[in-house]
Design a binder for this molecule. Structure first.
Ligand code: LMR
Length: 328
């Protein structure tokens, strides 16, 4: 063979090799800080996935709304601009999957065990199935925790909420919850909350302490009430076409990596939130108040009717199935 031919064959082999080895890229976008339960689990998934696939998959994590804000990220996933997200369960309504808002119902989960009975069981599976017609595959439920309320005035009784502008996620259940307290709910993207609180666009908000602390919301909120009135968790989701198109061995490896990342996430969520609450307390800038048993009873009285008033949106059967599972 002439030298020219040898070189041609060699360069073809090299470029084929380069093509064969080009990693599959998973862009994983999310809206919270890296040092939150979700942020850390996304990083853990990246490590596990890249190791398990010997580098055939590269996971690029984009935290803190760096790429997209709440609503945009769901659109980007459907369009295939990103491959993986973990939006909070309160953000699936605009996608047309209203049932996910069941997780926002006040006092629906008396404990984490009750929550896991739902997410790890048939109800969780059924909810994930509802994403498929939207071009989305659900891989796992990730946990954050029970929410606290915050404002620049003490929030002890439902009457304290009267007239307050409260930032909520885009969930009609959360809208109903704030109205039941006499507040004016306002939907804002997570990335806009700090500034909205600082400038007085809204007076208060709700979130688990880990989100509050890592976004420095406590710097602009004088009072935090540990009310545990509602839950915040996530669904880790992928673009279905992308997922189905992966080589089977890669998908199996990623599934396993996701299972391990999920175990990790659930193990750190509670501890991180406890630490965040402690850290907020330590700043000395925000007063943390835990509701007494009597006050809790008043909150329940004001908020429990939301479960019933949202039946037509969420589905009566789903709400009673969750309540039944949660009571086990
Ligand atoms: C929020 O928007 O308040 C949270 O859902 C953010 C998050 O993803 O935890």
């Amino acid at each position: 063979m002439k030298l020219k031919h040898v070189l041609l064959v060699l360069s073809a082999a090299l470029s084929f090799n380069a093509y064969a080895q080009a990693p599959i890229v998973i862009k994983f976008s999310h809206v919270v800080a890296t040092d939150t339960p979700k942020g850390q689990a996304a990083e853990r998934f990246k490590q596990l996935a890249e190791k398990a696939t010997n580098g055939r998959v590269k996971v690029e994590v984009y935290p803190n709304s760096q790429l997209y804000k709440d609503k945009e990220e769901l659109e980007a996933l459907q369009l295939g601009a990103v491959q993986m997200l973990a939006p909070s369960l309160a953000k699936f309504g605009p996608l047309g999957v209203k049932e996910f808002e069941a997780f926002d119902l006040p006092y629906i989960f008396p404990s984490k065990t009750a929550l896991y009975n739902v997410t790890e069981g048939e109800i969780g599976k059924g909810l994930m199935k509802k994403l498929e017609p939207k071009g989305i595959t659900g891989l796992a439920f990730w946990d954050n925790g029970f929410k606290v309320m915050s404002a620049n005035k003490p929030l002890r009784a439902p009457a304290d909420f009267k007239g307050l502008k409260m930032r909520i996620q885009s969930s009609k259940v959360l809208d109903a919850q704030m109205r039941a307290l006499g507040a004016n709910p306002q939907v804002l993207a997570f990335s806009e909350v700090y500034q909205a609180l600082q400038t007085g666009v809204v007076d208060g908000t709700e979130n688990p302490p880990s989100n509050m602390y890592t976004q420095k919301m406590h710097e602009v909120q004088k009072y935090v009430t540990v009310s545990n009135h509602g839950y915040l968790g996530y669904a880790v989701i992928v673009n279905k076409k992308f997922w189905d198109g992966l080589p089977a061995d890669i998908r199996t490896a990623l599934d396993k990596a996701m299972k391990e990342a999920t175990t990790f996430e659930k193990a750190i969520a509670q501890r991180d939130n406890d630490l965040a609450l402690e850290a907020i307390k330590k700043t000395g800038k925000t007063e943390i108040y835990t509701l007494s048993v009597k006050e809790q009873a008043e909150w329940r009285k004001a908020l429990l009717p939301v479960q019933q008033s949202m039946e037509s949106r969420i589905g009566k059967d789903l709400i009673s199935a969750i309540n039944k599972e949660a009571a086990k």
